[in-house]
Design a protein around this ligand. Structure first.
Ligand code: GRF
Length: 217
């Protein structure tokens, strides 16, 4: 069976894209990146893709007359490249219900919080301000509502007393780079399926034990 063809959508730095590039460099990994699309020209993620010899496209939302034509161009680029799974990796445009429907159960997003807590932007600062003791990241199938949809995988990190948004974001990002390739692998292997709007993963084990923060004396 061929490798699952990914289309990765970015708007900037592309460190999660890099994690996927690195995973796909292993011939045994069950997915490959067919196309990277950015809605912003000149971003670091495009350089990362080009350096890896991956096809890139810029679909700049400002060049289209509204969201419909922008998304039609996006869809055409992905379809032309034979993309089977769309990976939103720091893609900073909200997508319409129509686009989301076209990629139902074939589009995933990574978000730097433990969803359903802290949807949207500035989530690390909001987790700190809420006094949360843990945060983390989530990979989920995309649904029309922002940062909503069946959860595939999550990673948890502690929040430290002296964290600011940057230190917490860095701790979460390290886990994002593990989690996104893991989630893609589960889908590519046909092990992650949506059943009644929850993801069932064949042969998956949950970790034993629990984390407590602060650590009990
Ligand atoms: C990540 O924190 C991701 O969870 C969020 O946007 C950020 C993108 O970072 N959706 P990068 O461009 O992958 O480095």
């Amino acid at each position: 069976m061929g490798r699952l063809r990914l289309g990765v959508l970015i708007s900037g730095r592309g460190s999660n894209l890099q994690a996927l590039i690195d995973a796909c460099a292993d011939p045994a990994y069950p997915a490959e990146i067919a196309l990277v699309v950015s809605n912003v020209a000149g971003v670091q993620g495009l350089t990362r893709a080009a350096d890896a010899g991956i096809a890139t496209a810029v679909v700049d939302h400002r060049e289209y007359d509204g969201r419909g034509p922008f998304e039609d161009a996006l869809h055409a680029a992905l379809a032309d490249a034979g993309v089977e799974l769309v990976c939103l990796a720091g893609f900073m445009r909200l997508l319409t219900d129509g686009f989301v429907a076209r990629w139902h159960d074939r589009m995933i997003n990574i978000h730097p919080s433990l969803l359903p807590a802290f949807k949207g932007l500035d989530v690390q600062q909001r987790a700190i301000d809420a006094g949360a003791r843990f945060s983390g990241c989530t990979v989920h199938f995309v649904r029309p509502a922002m940062d909503a949809g069946p959860i595939i995988a999550q990673a948890v990190v502690p929040i430290h007393g002296d964290d600011d948004a940057d230190t917490l974001a860095a701790r979460i990002l390290t886990q994002e780079h593990r989690l996104f390739p893991l989630a893609v692998r589960l889908i590519a292997e046909g092990r992650a399926r949506v059943v009644d709007e929850r993801v069932v993963i064949d042969g998956a084990r949950a970790p034993a034990g629990a984390l407590v923060n602060p650590e009990p004396a």
